[in-house]
Design a protein around this ligand. Structure first.
Ligand code: ADP
Ligand code: MG
Length: 342
């Protein structure tokens, strides 16, 4: 593959190259890339904003992360935060710091993933910043969205007896990461090894190319269900549920046997000798939604595709507990991944 040095085209050349094909999709995007700032018009709606920063070596490992997937994921994790507010993402800005080890073509690959996510989720890339770095790649994305005031869902609205629901399945992104890390170690010992990872394709995809659950919000809307509290699961179910309980001043009771776990996670769990419930509670990066709905909505929510009722909210004095398969009650602890402690 052709490798053009970044210094051959310079900062402005790179910005031009990365932004020349952008076409605007949303009417709220008044002005995108090209001036000192972008202009957005949300008229009577609330504007919802969220930012994330991803650092090479801390949040991603380029040994097994294709740049296109990385670009896609960097966008998706931000959009997931806006969906967790029940808002609709409309614009993003992308800021990158790149070291000399990256070619122009490598950064274009990153942007292919960014642009793909923008197409899939209908958002406009309206700006960003480009600078150099001595320590690999840093990507910071800001997502901007809109919501009607009455549609916004915060973490603090859960009430005693509300049903606790999750989408999709939990723990698979964590198992995907463990498989990738294992194969990386094999590869470091033997550069000729060509692992067959096809049995793990689902969990690896969940790690490398996650999706944000826009579809779940649509399902809830069609069925006239408005969650009382919601959060996206980026640090593990335990940690996120504790956030909801803390901010809502409630307790909770969830059931191990209700937590959705994919069959391929069960297989990986046996093989890696890591408990699947630990991965589901404490693994990270599922980007599923965790939300609570009033008990009166039980008939509406039960049986909805890809939504699982895993327990209910309780009074704060009852504590925050999980009932294991053997009937034992265990206190939920936040053991979400903390990059700073690692
Ligand atoms: P300024 O000097 O005012 O910061 P820049 O030269 O950095 O302006 O940016 C010029 C335009 O290109 C702006 O609209 C900015 O938002 C956009 N831009 C800069 N870097 C990126 C990037 N990595 N991705 C997308 N847009 C970018
Ligand atoms: Mg700039």
């Amino acid at each position: 593959m052709k490798k053009t040095k970044l210094s051959d085209i310079g900062e402005f050349g790179l910005i031009d190259l990365l932004t020349k094909d952008i076409s605007i999709k949303n009417k709220s995007t008044v002005y995108g890339v090209g001036d000192d700032a972008a202009v957005i018009n949300n008229s009577d709606k609330q504007t919802v904003v969220s930012t994330d920063i991803l650092t090479e070596g801390v949040h991603f490992d380029l040994i097994y992360t294709p740049l296109k997937h990385l670009g896609y994921k960097a966008v998706v994790v931000n959009l997931s935060d806006l969906y967790a507010m029940n808002a609709t993402p409309r614009q993003i800005t992308v800021s990158i710091a790149v070291s000399g080890k990256f070619s122009v073509e490598a950064i274009e690959e990153l942007y292919q993933g960014i642009n793909l996510a923008c197409d899939v989720y209908g958002v406009d890339l309206v700006g960003g910043d480009t600078t150099s770095s001595f320590s690999g790649l840093i990507i910071s994305i800001t997502a901007i969205g809109e919501a009607k005031k009455e549609d916004l869902v915060f973490r603090n609205g859960a009430k005693d007896t509300d049903l606790i629901c999750v989408s999709g399945d939990l723990g698979s992104a964590y198992f995907g990461l463990q498989i990738l890390e294992r194969e990386k170690k094999v590869f470091e010992k033997d550069y000729n090894s060509q692992p067959d990872l096809s049995t793990y394709s689902y969990i690896i995809e969940r790690q490398l190319k996650p999706e944000a659950r826009k579809d779940i919000l649509e399902t809830l809307k069609i069925n006239k269900i408005k969650p009382t509290a919601m959060i996206d699961i980026s640090d593990g179910l335990s940690s996120e549920l504790l956030h909801i309980c803390k901010q809502s001043e409630t307790g909770c009771k969830i059931f191990e046997d209700k937590i959705p776990i994919d069959h391929s996670s069960t297989i990986a769990s046996d093989e890696l000798n890591i408990s699947q419930i630990t991965a589901a509670l404490n693994g990270g990066e599922d980007y599923e939604l965790l939300f609570t709905v009033p008990l009166k909505d039980f008939d509406k929510i039960k049986g909805l595709k890809d939504i699982y009722i895993i327990g209910h909210i309780t009074d704060e004095k009852n504590g925050k507990n999980i009932i294991l398969r053997n009937g034992e009650t265990v206190e939920l602890k936040a053991q979400g991944w903390n990059n700073i402690k690692n």
